[in-house]
Write a protein that binds this ligand. Sequence first.
Ligand code: NAD
Length: 352
Amino acid sequence: MGKLNIAFFDAKEYDRQSFIRSNEGGNGPDNAEFDIRYYEARLSSDTYKLAEGCDAVCVFVNDDINSFVIDKLSEMGVKLIALRCAGYNNVDIEYAYGKIHVVRVPAYSPYAVAEHAMALLLTSIRRIHKAYIRTKDFNFSLNGLTGFDLHGKTVGVIGTGKIGRIFIDICRGFGMQVIAYDKFPAKDSGIEYVTLDELWERSDVISLHCPLTDENRHMINSESMEKMKKGVVIINTSRGALIDTEALVEGIKLRKIGAACLDVYEEESDVFFHDYSNHIVNDDVLARLISMPNVIVTSHQAFLTNEALSNIADTTLQNIRDFFSTGLCANEVCYKCANISKCNQKHEQKCF
Ligand code: NAD
């Protein structure tokens, strides 16, 4: 059998570097294990043809793998959708079931994301983003830069999985009191779980670390914000649509929300990962957010560390290797089980 062909969508320079390193294993291009075609385009209903002749596609958070794309990939003989990320809300996994297998990278560096969440929080409340610009301009005034201590404040963490737990440890290191909400609370974790309403009411800082599902879309909305403390800081490094962004803008304008730290944004697929510095951005909600002094936006970069990129490349290629050599992959996702170890299908180890 020749080399497996992989169509790699939404490829950025940092992706290529880490995947080339992992694929070649230091043995040079001629000895690469897979034939990877890197495309800058995202996978969508308009670009799926780029995967013609490929065994697998490799995709990221903003590729749009809808039912039409799944049908087309399947007709073209593509056997595997290899997500090089943990979240899979951009894949219609229910529709993919029985047609094409989906694998993901469940963890690559939870530290990267948790540390970025704390970096955003500190930057925001200690006004580092403002101070940096001031001192660059030899403006050494302190007016308007007053922050507040994290020590003694209450942080409400939503989602106590890999990233949420590390963020909790970091917050405890700062002397914060931690409360949490999780749909599936971890037993014997020593974490104080509360209801969502209690979390809204008690938290000085709220940080989102849960996946986006139909159930929790817009979980932060005008109603939940109404219950929050005045001046609360909201951090979102999970998925943009967990927050109703227009309601957030209103909450900030009303001074109810003290600051927002956003690494993700519900309409991010139109803008994130691209340079629009010479363009007039059409997204008025994003423009309004960015104009606010107490909002920090980073463009879905929380994962972006050397360690994470290297783990992403290694795990993605291992997933592809496992799937094509054994037909099985421990990191397969399907809508019935979300993880092969919990698959409720009759099959021993395969989702279908
Ligand atoms: P994880 O699966 O380890 O943990 C998720 C936790 O959320 C679990 O404890 C789960 O029980 C809980 N949960 C599920 N549904 C919930 C709900 N409706 N309400 C509350 N809690 C719920 O995942 P993780 O590795 O910690 O990642 C968390 C999220 O971070 C991912 O889903 C992804 O969206 C996001 N993420 C972002 C980046 C980034 O670069 N910004 C990188 C990686 C992951």
